[in-house]
Ligand binder design. Sequence first.
Ligand code: MN
Length: 424
Amino acid sequence: MQIEKYKIDSLNSDLAASHTKKLDFIKSEIDGIEAIISKLINFQIAIPSWALGTGGTRFGRFPGGGEPRSLEEKIEDVGLLHALNQSSGAISLHIPWDIPQNHQAIRTLATQHGLKFDAVNSNTFQDQKDQEHTYKFGSLQNVNKAIRKQAIEHNIKVIKQGIELGSESLTVWLSDGSCFPGQLNFRQAYQNTLESLQEIYAAMPSNWKMFLEYKAFEPNFYSTTVGDWGMSYSYVQKLGEKAFTLVDLGHHLPNANIEQIVALLLMEGKLGGFHFNDSKYGDDDLTAGAIKPYQLFLIFSELVDGMDARGMNHATDLGWMIDASHNVKDPLEDLLQSVEGIMTAYAQALLVDRKALKIAQDENDVVRCQEILQDAFRTDVRAIVAEARLRAGGALNPLQVFRNLRVREHLIGERGSLTVATGL
Ligand SMILES: [Mn+2]
């Protein structure tokens, strides 16, 4: 299914009067709206190929029908999102769930939908059918050299797939660790992992980046070998200038100060990218901005401040990806909400009066500091975000268009109600 532009335009015109009123109001209140709109138009968030189907937990899965059955249909789904919001112009593939058969045809299809290929993701947290050795006791950390070699070779294959697609980064997330005290020699696990990563790093083209993602726990429940940002930082420092830490918002211990982590990684030039989601308890993979929108804003506030301090391009110098799962929502509707949540937090962060904040900080005026941040956070920026979408050719209200045009019903009609997408 493809959404015709005239249908979006027609629904936009129904909302035009009300939108203009809101936009005029915020323009009268705040200076510099045009600069914010152009930054929002440039900002693109990659959609993970594994988030287009219904997610499950270890207790069950309740698919809603019309899920993409192939990589082509996954690209089509991201194309639908991008047609609606013009902010989802990239797809992040997972190997082996999405191995392209014909790279040129896949590239052409993506281009037709206005999509690029963002980071490719390797998978050594599961055993595949044709695999010789098991990853039950880890992959890059494994005490068995043959198992490490198998995992290294898989990552190198993923890089080769990515090169064919025009991707320029590899995300490595390892479930390696241990479940019980004494199971693992921590230093040996670290050294094995480092040496394995060095071999993978050496196989990357010079214009590529490696993103090393960390996670505190799960599936291992005693130790994780890349368990927090300090461990990831220690590896990427040793690997070299093409290696960076990737922050997944759900991968921290409860109440971790993620905005401070982001600020320091940026300062050290070692923040590579993001996996957006939200959580209440652990790695819940909920819709970005659904539970802790203030935290998301504070993270973006540090991102904007830190990137500006280093003269970085907000849109292109870090990898922006969603990593979420949807147990009870339509995956496409959920992704539209996530992108909206991210764009809203980014727009609010762009409103922060940095000069006033610096003065208040230098004067230890704690009350004023809080007021400045909360002024920005409590500003209703929805008309600004909608205006950016409108100018880029998207919908003023993407969710309304999705429902009005009965997109899911069309997809079920095309693909059937029993389809199951590969992924989590
Ligand atoms: Mn992730």
